[in-house]
Each structure stands twice: as structure tokens, then as C-alpha cells.
Design a protein around this ligand. Structure first.
Ligand SMILES: Cc1cc2nc3c(=O)[nH]c(=O)nc-3n(C[C@H](O)[C@H](O)[C@H](O)COP(=O)(O)O)c2cc1C
Length: 169
């Protein structure tokens, strides 16, 4: 599993110590035994306050930027299925995730997207992932409200569980 997530000030939840997407990623890992890999920015230029972060994210999107992540992803050749999760930023994957999609070979793999969000749902993460990784198979995604990830974890665990069951886990 590959995920990106931010701590600091987030929409509707205040200042958080564990990112919303990170919480969902850990639930999926707990229920599937998936290995976790967190995408971290190479130089962490993302502000810890919400308004400032939205501006940086907006500028990256407008520039169609490919922000660098730190380190290497683990060797993915041994994995046939990869969960990929991130917060919705301005209706799309954070641009750093496109760096991940383009710098790694996902061909022939099953990719399972998930988002956390505050109203936009999956925001086409599935189709956008397919566009970025055309030789992969993209399976049914899951969208969880960030606020629920922080504050309604029992319900979120159930949603994660039924989605995983539907996917055949
Ligand atoms: C830069 C930025 C842009 C966002 N854009 C959207 C959006 O378009 N739609 C939405 O529903 N939520 C949006 N949100 C809310 C986040 O998707 C939500 O708070 C998410 O759970 C944060 O996850 P994280 O703690 O893992 O980073 C945005 C948040 C940020 C910081």
C-alpha cells in the first residue's frame, strides 16, 4: 500500500497528529496485512496551516507540477495488488501522487484507490489513476470523510471491511 497524508491543520478536524488518510491506510493494512509505504515530500514545503496548504496545492495543480518524494518506493515487482490512497486536493490526487504513478512501473498490477475528503468523495481517483497507469487494472475505490477517519473510527472500520469483502479480501 502506498499512501500520502498530512498532519497539521486540516479541514473540519483542526490540528491533527495523525493524517486522515494515514488512519484509513492503517485500517486497510490491519485487515489485509498489506505493507505500508508512506509517500513523503523530498523537501517538505507543505505548510502546516490549512489555508496556506490549499494555496501551495492549488499552485502545484495549476503548474501540473511533479513534486519529488523522498527516497525510493520499495521494489514493487513482488506485489500483484497495490492499494493507493491520498487526500482529495482540489478535486484530484495531490500532484506528488502523479510523480509516484509516473516514476514506478505499475503495469500488470491491480491498483485499488482510496481517498479521504470532505465532500468530494472519490473525485475520479479511479479514472485518473487509470489514465496515469494505463497498463494497470484499477479496481473499485473507497472514499472516506476525513472527519470520520478522526472521529467515527468504528463506522469507518466497518465501511473498510465491507469494501474489502466486496473486493474479495
Ligand atoms: C490542499 C487541500 C485541498 C483540498 N481539496 C478538497 C476537495 O477538493 N474536496 C474535498 O472534499 N476535500 C478537500 N480537502 C480536504 C481533504 O481532502 C481532507 O481533509 C482529507 O481528509 C485530508 O487528509 P490527510 O489528513 O490524510 O491529509 C482539501 C484539503 C487540502 C489540504
Amino acid at each position: 500500500m502506498i499512501y500520502f497524508s498530512r498532519t497539521g491543520e486540516q479541514y473540519t478536524v483542526g490540528v491533527i497528529e495523525k493524517g486522515n488518510t494515514a488512519i484509513v491506510a492503517e485500517m486497510i493494512a490491519e485487515q489485509t496485512g498489506a505493507d505500508l509505504f508512506e509517500v513523503l515530500p523530498a523537501d517538505d514545503h507543505y505548510p502546516m496551516t490549512y489555508d496556506a496548504l490549499t494555496e501551495v496545492a492549488r499552485a502545484e495543480q495549476n503548474d501540473n507540477a511533479r513534486p519529488a518524494y523522498s527516497g525510493e518506493l520499495p521494489d514493487l515487482s513482488g506485489y500483484s495488488t497495490v492499494f493507493i490512497g491520498a487526500p482529495v486536493w482540489w478535486g484530484d490526487w495531490p500532484m506528488i501522487m502523479y510523480t509516484v504513478f509516473e516514476n514506478n512501473d505499475f503495469s500488470g498490477k491491480k491498483l485499488i484507490p482510496f481517498s479521504t475528503h470532505e465532500g468530494s468523495g472519490l473525485s475520479g481517483f479511479d479514472d485518473k489513476l487509470k489514465g496515469a497507469c494505463p497498463d494497470a487494472e484499477v479496481l473499485k475505490g473507497l472514499a472516506i470523510r476525513g472527519n470520520d477517519a478522526q472521529n467515527a473510527q468504528e463506522e469507518v472500520k466497518k465501511s473498510v471491511g465491507s469494501w474489502l469483502t466486496e473486493l474479495g479480501f
